[in-house]
Design a protein around this ligand. Structure first.
Ligand code: G3H
Ligand code: 13P
Ligand code: ZN
Length: 321
């Protein structure tokens, strides 16, 4: 089965009211874990490749690995550039056959963000590719003690509904990553925090009221940073901060129902891998066969992905809709 176009996965997800898991791929074991879990769950999936992943694994290796995944599985698979930071990188990925790219110019002023996004959109649309862009700043625990207003700042960084409408209209982007209290990495919040789900509803409504239909929104930074994984890593020699929390999975379920069609998860997979590897190293210090620690790491990551697609994103069983 060839790649499935991101546009088709989005259309079905919007219709079926489920979210697509967008999982980051950096190496073979991560890819196998994601594909095996989604194959068994009969879930469509988006594989996303960051600039860092391309630098680490080499674009050609990644392309061949994904070809292998596509040819050994039956589920729909789309391939997406995560956080493209330039027109040139987006163009490279479009030319390589990615079914979607993200241009992330969210650090730029509104007008410049529109201009950069529009340039990518114009090229992508001529080459059968769709574009995700981002509006707003993903603030999280890094602002905890800062002058920005705390971990759950209400000021300045979040996506404004009216601006989202203007941004989509002017840039022509096909999906929009929004800032509603989400942030990347393992240190999002101290203590339990929640996404600004009212804002999410307002953004979705504003887009619909403006005639943009059931417009797909994207939730970055959607890892939940499971406490048990943090504790497991530390039990086996890790030194991760234990006073950290991610996005509650209940919030992600609501975000899915409100209209986040693509949900990006990377950190939780990293934590699952790391915990499994540390356990082997701690319990079997004489082990040095990489298959003996990468194998358990792959298995743990697979179970984590299975949980996400089945229990949180509700895309299990939708592969062949
Ligand atoms: O949001 C970023 C993703 O987690 C990818 O991270 O740039 O370290 O590959 P990376
Ligand atoms: P996490 O760091 O929460 O997994 O977010 C990943 C992400 O947004 C990738 O674009
Ligand atoms: Zn992201």
């Amino acid at each position: 089965m060839p790649l499935t176009h991101t546009r088709d996965l989005f259309a079905k997800a919007l219709k079926g009211k489920y979210a697509l898991g967008a999982f980051n791929v950096n190496n073979m074991e991560l890819l196998q874990a994601i594909i095996e879990a989604c194959e068994e769950e009969k879930a469509p999936v988006m594989l996303q490749i960051s600039k860092g992943a391309r630098d680490y694994a080499n674009p050609v290796y990644l392309k061949k690995l994904i070809e292998a995944a596509v040819s050994t599985s039956t589920i729909p698979i789309a391939v997406h550039l995560d956080h493209g930071d330039s027109f040139e990188l987006c163009k490279q990925c479009i030319d390589e056959g990615f079914t979607s790219v993200m241009i992330d110019a969210s650090h730029e002023p509104f007008e410049k963000n529109v201009e950069i996004t529009k340039r990518v959109v114009d090229y992508a649309h001529k080459h059968n590719c769709v574009v995700e862009s981002e509006l707003g700043h993903l603030v999280g625990a890094q602002f905890d003690e800062g002058e920005e207003g705390g971990a759950f700042s209400a000021g300045g960084h979040y996506t404004h509904p009216e601006e989202a409408v203007e941004f989509v209209r002017q840039s022509g982007c096909d999906s929009l990553a929004i800032a509603i209290g989400n942030s990347h990495g393992a240190y999002k919040f101290k203590g339990e925090q929640h996404l600004d789900l009212d804002r999410l509803k307002a953004i979705k409504k504003a887009l619909s009221d403006a005639g943009l239909g059931d417009y797909p929104l994207v939730l970055h930074g959607a890892s939940s940073v499971p406490k048990d994984l943090i504790l497991e890593i530390n039990k086996y020699g890790g030194q991760l901060g234990e006073d950290t929390a991610g996005v509650p999975e209940g919030d992600i379920e609501i975000a899915r129902r409100v209209g986040c069609t693509k949900v990006n998860i990377d950190t939780d997979l990293r934590l699952a891998m790391t915990a499994a590897i540390r356990k082997v190293f701690a319990e079997k210090p004489k082990e040095f066969d990489p298959r003996k620690f990468l194998g358990p790491a792959r298995k743990a990551t697979k179970e984590l992905v299975r949980h996400k697609v089945r229990d949180v994103l509700c895309c299990s069983g939708h592969a062949f809709d």
